[in-house]
Design a protein around this ligand. Structure first.
Ligand SMILES: *Cc1c(COP(=O)(O)O)cnc(C)c1O
Length: 404
């Protein structure tokens, strides 16, 4: 029985998915084919023409395994459709190339994932697509940069490395008013944020991170309404079809299974990050975490996230200098606290120094005002069972380099 008083939860949407395998298997069968047969030539022609739906044609378009995964993620995001791709970057680049034409403009947060930033800044100018980088927490700045050429606003729910939180509801209102698409990268916060519920038109994930959670594959997804997804896989002019970033069936099946435990993992990641942030802060360590009341966007996050999943599994320690940052990370790896590696959302802790590479748009004096130091260490906390034990190990490392 569904209790109407129960609030909508993206985790319930995943829970309620019922996919049977070919012989009644409890997991859907894996599609082991690149192409699909037809009993009649006419039906095949109709599928090509787009006048007949519900048939698989060729796996660059869609196949049963990627379809199950896309359905699961669309449900989780409360959106009508989704298209899986071979990487988060493929999902991002395909989305932008679907929306923008020659001479168009995008407004983007200036603190976004490094690859996305490089694509906007260095690659899109080939097509005379110009990006205006803004401080996404400054609504006036977003509005002031809208021109006749603007097609979309792009941001991340929580950004690197300062973990700034986008006020998606407010940005969505501006997007609607100006007839722009709001694209939100939700990679850091699956389940924690439901950007479509807050007004986003397109939600993107790198599946490589939390959603898969086992750092064994790279993948991406774009969620949106049916029209946009159909446009993206259109045989004649869809970016996802023509640029061809498909995911292999076996990987899609594997990610789908991992997704079934996403809610438990996100809660644990958040619980661990909150515990460490709180305790380290009280010891006088400079920690950036949106779950702390001292974080400038704590209130915005508290008003807009799905509370049961917490404030996320990523926090940042400011060690002041690059030298300290490197020393800390090497010590933490030696202590088996985790790995000195890029990426995030793994069951073991991963840490890296985000540096200033993606923040080069930000003038020097503003950087220090923002708290963008060279000594930042980004920690994606793992699913550690005894987080107090982890805390004491981190403290020991911090003491050894003179930060505690
Ligand atoms: C990793 C990441 C991406 C890129 O995803 P890939 O799967 O590595 O291509 C995009 N956005 C964010 C926020 C990321 O962390």
């Amino acid at each position: 029985m569904i209790n109407k008083k129960n609030k909508w939860s993206p985790a319930d949407k995943i829970q309620d998915l019922q996919f049977f395998g070919e012989y009644g298997g409890v997991n859907p069968s894996i599609a082991d084919s690149s192409t699909f047969t037809y009993l009649s030539g006419k039906t095949m022609g109709d599928v090509f023409e787009g006048t007949r739906e519900g048939c698989y044609l060729y796996s660059r378009h869609t196949n049963p395994s990627t379809s199950y995964l896309s359905k699961a993620i669309a449900e989780m995001e409360g959106m009508k459709g989704a298209i899986i791709s071979s990487s988060g970057m493929a999902s991002i680049t395909n989305t932008i190339l679907q929306i923008c034409n020659y001479n168009d403009e995008i407004i983007s947060s200036r603190t976004i994932y490094g690859g996305t930033y490089a694509f906007f800044k260095n690659y899109l100018p080939k097509f005379k697509i110009n990006t205006k980088f803004v401080d996404i927490t400054n609504i006036k700045q977003i509005e002031n940069n809208i021109s006749k050429k603007t097609k979309a606003i792009y941001c991340e729910t929580i950004s690197n490395p300062l973990l700034e939180v986008s006020d998606i509801s407010r940005i969505a209102k501006i997007a609607k008013k100006n007839n722009l698409k709001l694209i939100v990268d939700n990679t850091f916060t699956p389940l924690i944020f439901s950007p479509a519920k807050l007004g986003a038109d397109i939600v993107i994930h790198s599946l490589t991170k939390f959603i898969n959670g086992s750092s064994d594959t790279v993948g991406g997804v774009v969620c949106s309404d049916e029209n946009f997804i159909e446009d993206m896989i259109d045989v004649n002019c869809g970016s996802a079809m023509l640029l061809g970033p498909v995911m292999d069936s076996y990987k899609a099946a594997s990610i789908l299974k991992n997704m079934r435990t996403l809610h438990i993992r996100m809660k644990k990641h958040s619980e661990n990050a909150y515990y460490l942030s709180k305790r380290l802060t009280s010891e006088g360590v400079k920690v950036i975490y949106p779950g702390l009341e001292s974080h400038p966007n704590h209130k915005i996050m508290s008003q807009s996230h799905n509370k049961e999943f917490g404030y996320g599994g990523i926090f940042v320690i400011d060690t002041k200098t690059e030298l300290n940052a490197n020393k800390l990370m090497e010590k933490m790896q030696k202590t088996n606290l985790g790995y000195l590696a890029v990426s995030l959302g793994f069951y073991k802790t991963l840490f890296s120094a985000p540096g200033l590479s993606t923040s080069s748009e930000i003038p020097e004096n503003e950087r220090s005002k923002m708290g963008l130091s060279n000594g930042l260490v980004r920690i994606s906390i793992g699913l550690d069972n005894n987080i107090e034990r982890t805390y004491y190990s981190i403290c020991k490392c911090l003491k050894e380099i003179g930060i505690l």
